[in-house]
Design a protein around this ligand. Sequence first.
Ligand code: GLY
Length: 382
Amino acid sequence: MSHGPRISWSSLEPRLNRALGLAASRVERLVTSQPGSFPIYTVNGRWRHAGESWTEWCGGFLAGMAWILARRSSDPEWRRRAEKLSLMLAPRRFDREVHDLGFIFLNSYRPWHQATGDPAILEVMIEAGRTLALRFHPKGRYLRSFLAPDSLFIDIMMNVPLIFLAARETADDALRELARAHCRTTERVLVRADGGTAHEGIFDLETGLFLGQTTQQGVAPDSTWTRGLAWSLYGFCQVHDFTGDLADLTVAWRNADCFLERLGPNPIPPWDFDAPPEARFDDSSAAAIAASGLISLAQSTRALDADRADRYQARAVQIMDALLQDHYLAWDQPEWEGVLKHGVYHLHKNLGVDESVMWGDFFLLEAVDKLLDNPASTGQIS
Ligand code: GLY
């Protein structure tokens, strides 16, 4: 079965390596010129600005990039930077103000633990997972968002794997059941029949009853905020890797099929699939998350459904082929401090609109890393 235009490895590989070099130069510049800072989005291409954060959730992406670069580079300085950045994040393991501890610790302490096997590093992730679990609302059976106790966000699907990790490492069944309950609630209230997702769900705190879907960053309560759908696709895929439960993989498939269906022949989505034509900005970060998520999903799917796996892999490669072009990458613009241009953070608040965003840079690099690791698995690549 054809899965779209063939992209040759000989055309892709030099651009993967060029993107790796670009990421190395941008991260090096940031950590040396602004040590101790964990920016979220650029303003006119600059990480340093006075714009608000909305919430502090991106530290793990900068550290995560340093870990990828440490693994790929022979320069020991990268390992030193990765450890230093990760250590700066350690106090966040007790942070009860955010739902983002998975973003922070899975991308920093997990590669550190993989590199060393050090139980003290693992313990930091376990503590962070337990902290995240304190957000569980027993009546509604969900982890509440940073905004309010009655609010559930689709983004939390990318963080809940940290609780599964803590549960597995401590053989804590109650912790695992809580995480599973969150996934089933998210599937029930935020994932729609077409596989799309709502950004937010609201609950009655007294009864735990679900009241309805709404949005913070999307166009409307019933629109499909593109990044949220990418978070769900990748989040359910990662959860399946912990649970082995087909219910989790099936949600990731439904999300992926909706994402790809709504993309149509275009490789890069708008920030909301229902954005009106006059405000239809690209969100390159959603494309990068989806590409990296689809590569992982293809891997998790292959033994069950090889054709589906080939399709996901081929579409991921098409997305990456589009992102690894001058329009999206800042390789010819030394003054631009990010790697991936044309991302969107929060359109309604006018934060990071048509800018670089830290998770966009991270997931682009993660996808580059995965493709360089395993070129033979790249479906349509010849
Ligand atoms: N806070 C997660 C996001 O903006 O996607």
